[in-house]
Ligand binder design. Structure first.
Ligand SMILES: C[S@@+](CC[C@H](N)C(=O)[O-])C[C@H]1O[C@@H](n2cnc3c(N)ncnc32)[C@H](O)[C@@H]1O
Length: 277
């Protein structure tokens, strides 16, 4: 989504399904509800209010209750102490999954969002749900925020649970960035990616399913993100972040959801080993 640059504005172009004012409209809807006082401090009630808006007024591209409840079940099974999401939008998934991480003994939820307007809306709704101290909203492109967190702030040596839900063409580059930063660990890391019905995520699924030999072959002909290639290789791992780590072995499957008029898939992936060529 390219920003529209005028003398005063750097605003992304509205699309037919988002960024046309509906997200601010959602805020006005929530804060003018007669039951507002009941919503304060209740993740479940704030989620219900967002779902009400999406069902009655305008569609919002959040994870929704069906897929959301399923992923909350995975969080309960894995009990991450820190969970990261790529793509926060208006804060729906942050509220739903941060609540699940907190209920399962976790410490922090990191929501990475590139659009400052969406991050502002998310901040307000996360606060309303009583999760302000638990959720950190990082504004900026996911790759830059991940590098900041992992390499610059040295906040984690492994990632436990990542929810990938930004734009599909970024799924594979960000997966390979995490591989290159050496934070995907066998027996520790779980990745959950939304929107598997969209063709933009096919390269992500293909990489997860390829053997280390196949991925080493693929890497001979591919180039990583150009801006990351300009950075130094990660000194700890020696990998170039943009080219990933073809030696990681994944166990992965797509869970299909029937969402009424459409079907969608969620890719659930565990890091299970590392090949030593
Ligand atoms: C499908 S929405 C996320 C929905 C949210 N996870 C939920 O379920 O409530 C995709 C979001 O990804 C954000 N996004 C797109 N590219 C991004 C990037 N490079 N880094 C971080 N966020 C990005 C968009 O601005 C948008 O808000």
């Amino acid at each position: 989504m390219s920003p529209r640059r005028t003398a005063h504005k750097f605003v992304p172009e509205p699309l037919s399904w988002c960024l046309d004012g509906r997200e601010t409209d959602l805020l006005h809807y929530v804060f003018s509800r007669p039951d507002l006082e009941d919503l304060r401090g209740s993740p479940a009630k704030v989620l219900r209010a967002i779902d009400d808006y999406s069902e009655k007024y305008k569609y919002l591209m959040n994870i929704g209750p069906t897929k959301g409840e399923n992923i909350s079940g995975l969080i309960a099974a894995n009990k991450p102490s820190v969970m990261i999401e790529l793509g926060g939008y208006v804060g729906y998934s942050a509220i739903r999954f941060a609540d699940a991480v907190r209920a399962n003994g976790g410490k922090k939820y990191l929501s990475l969002e590139v659009n400052p307007e969406m991050a502002a809306i998310s901040t307000i709704l996360v606060e309303l749900a009583g999760l302000r101290d638990f959720v950190r909203i990082m504004i900026g492109p996911s790759d830059e925020s991940l590098v900041r967190l992992i390499r610059d702030e040295k906040k984690m040596s492994s990632v436990e649970f990542v929810f990938i839900d930004h734009w599909q063409e970024l799924y594979l580059p960000d997966l390979q960035l995490l591989e290159g930063l050496d934070v995907l660990k066998p027996g520790v890391s779980t990745l959950v990616a939304d929107n598997m019905r969209l063709s933009g995520s096919l390269d992500y699924q293909a990489w997860l399913r390829a053997s280390p030999e196949e991925k080493r072959e693929m890497n001979k002909t591919r180039v990583g993100r150009s801006k990351l290639k300009r950075k130094q290789p990660d000194s700890a791992s020696g990998h170039w972040p943009g080219l990933g780590n073809p030696n990681l072995i994944y166990e992965t499957s797509t869970k299909i959801f029937d969402l009424g008029s459409v079907q969608d898939g969620v890719e659930i992936t565990k890091v299970v080993g590392e090949d030593s060529p």
